[in-house]
Structure formats: structure tokens, C-alpha cells
Design a binder for this molecule. Structure first.
Ligand code: SF4
Length: 241
């Protein structure tokens, strides 16, 4: 890979590096302070992220899609919103730790609205935060802020579902698509809705209320063609294998 390709693939990193070079030339004292602050956050991330990656691996490997779909999916309704609020509120760690977890929840069938609720609750109404708020600003302040914040979170979650669709989120990008050999249908989750057959009848057919894969080994064009249906399946029964 030549240097131009490396820069193209790491635009943000390149921009930050150039900003540091400029800062070191123009204002070395500020550059030193900036490096010190960055190092603080890098060390914090190195301490937290391994735990987060273990947690996401556990969710990926051990929590069935069905559980995520039932608890946090589009059809989970008010129950899903309450679970999401609780999950975000009883979380620990900085907000950036929530992103990989939310990505895996989305991939396994959580709805956009519930992911917004988790992220927002994690960021602004975590229980340890509320306890400190009540201690320094009083229970009344904390309680009223909590009520208005929850209302705002619910409105935001609703609006996000209007403006952002699942296919806009690159949840599949982490998967190594070079190694994809076919399609895996988890028949135990399939509810036989027929959506896959309707959208891509050349690959799917529903027999006895269960979807069946009719294709063979996939090429790149077919992988792209199949990504939307993997996201569209209401119970996330379809995945690459
Ligand atoms: S879209 Fe999903 S649930 Fe519906 S038939 Fe296909 S695999 Fe089954």
C-alpha cells in the first residue's frame, strides 16, 4: 500500500497529525498541553476498551438474536424502551464505551430508537451521575432534570427513527466479508413473514413457514445485494456465514 492510499484511508488521523505539527511549530506550549491531555485519554481508553471488547464478544457469541429482538427490537414496544433506559442508566464507564456495545445490539436486532435511548441514558442519566447530582444540587433538581431528560430522550429516539434507517448504519462493516461463503438462516428465529422471498425470490423461498436459502457460494455483487435483506429481516434470522 503506498503512502497516498494510507493517507486516504486515515484522513482523520492525518488531519490530526498535521494539526499537531502546526501546533508544535506555532505554539509549542499549547502543543505540549494538548499531547498531555491526549495521552490521558489514550491511557483511559486502553484501560476500558479491552473490557468493552470482551463484553461485546460475549453478547455476540452467547446472547441469542431472539433475546435482543424481543428485548430491544422494533416490536418490543414500551418494554424495549424501558429495558433500554435501564441498560443505559445502570451502565458504567464513559460514553465511548457504549458505541461498540450498541453496534453489536443493532447488528443482533435492536431498533434504532432503543439504541438512541441506551446511548442517551448512558450519557446523561446514569445512576452514579444522578446520585452525585442529588448530593450537590438537591433531589428536586435531579428529579425534575431526570423527568425532562427522559421526555427529551423519547422524543429524540422517535425523531431518529424518521431520519435514520438501519441500512444507513454500517453495522456489517466489521465483518470480514472476504470470507463469506453463503447465507445462514436461523430457522428457529424465522417467523415465515416471507419478506426475504418477496424481495429476493432468486435466493429465498418460504416452505412450511420457514425461509430456505436457494443460492450457492456468493460473489461480491451478491453480497452487496444481500446486505439490505439481512438488515430488513424483522427477527434478524439471516446472516452471512
Ligand atoms: S424475512 Fe426473516 S423472518 Fe421473514 S421469512 Fe425471511 S428469514 Fe424468515
Amino acid at each position: 500500500m503506498n503512502i497516498i492510499e494510507t493517507i486516504k484511508k486515515n484522513k482523520l488521523l492525518t488531519a490530526v497529525s498535521l494539526a499537531y505539527v502546526f501546533l508544535f511549530i506555532a505554539m509549542p506550549d499549547k502543543a505540549y498541553l494538548s499531547v498531555k491531555n491526549s495521552m490521558y485519554y489514550i491511557i483511559e481508553m486502553l484501560q476500558i476498551m479491552p473490557v468493552v471488547f470482551i463484553l461485546t464478544s460475549i453478547i455476540e457469541a452467547w446472547v441469542p438474536k431472539e433475546v435482543i429482538v424481543n428485548g430491544f427490537g422494533e416490536k418490543a414496544g414500551i418494554k424495549g424502551g424501558v429495558f433500554s433506559l435501564l441498560l443505559g442508566s445502570f451502565s458504567a464507564g464513559p460514553i465511548y464505551a457504549a458505541f461498540p456495545i450498541c453496534k453489536i445490539l443493532l447488528k443482533k436486532g435492536a431498533s434504532i430508537a432503543n439504541v438512541v435511548i441506551i446511548l442517551s441514558a448512558w450519557a446523561v442519566i446514569k445512576v452514579p451521575m444522578l446520585a452525585n447530582e442529588a448530593k450537590f444540587l438537591g433531589i428536586q433538581f435531579m428529579g425534575i432534570r431526570w423527568v425532562f431528560t427522559v421526555i427529551a430522550i423519547i422524543i429524540m429516539a422517535y425523531l431518529m427513527t424518521i431520519f435514520v434507517k438501519k441500512e444507513d448504519i454500517p453495522v456489517q462493516k466489521g465483518q470480514n466479508l472476504d470470507k463469506v461463503t453463503g447465507i445462514d438462516i436461523k430457522v428457529q428465529y424465522c417467523i415465515g413473514c416471507g419478506l426475504c422471498e418477496k424481495l429476493l425470490p432468486q435466493y429465498f423461498e418460504v416452505v412450511g413457514k420457514k425461509a430456505k436459502w436457494k443460492g450457492s457460494i456468493l460473489n461480491d455483487a451478491q453480497i452487496d445485494e444481500l446486505k439490505p435483506i439481512i438488515d430488513a429481516c424483522p427477527v434478524k434470522a439471516i446472516d452471512f456465514k
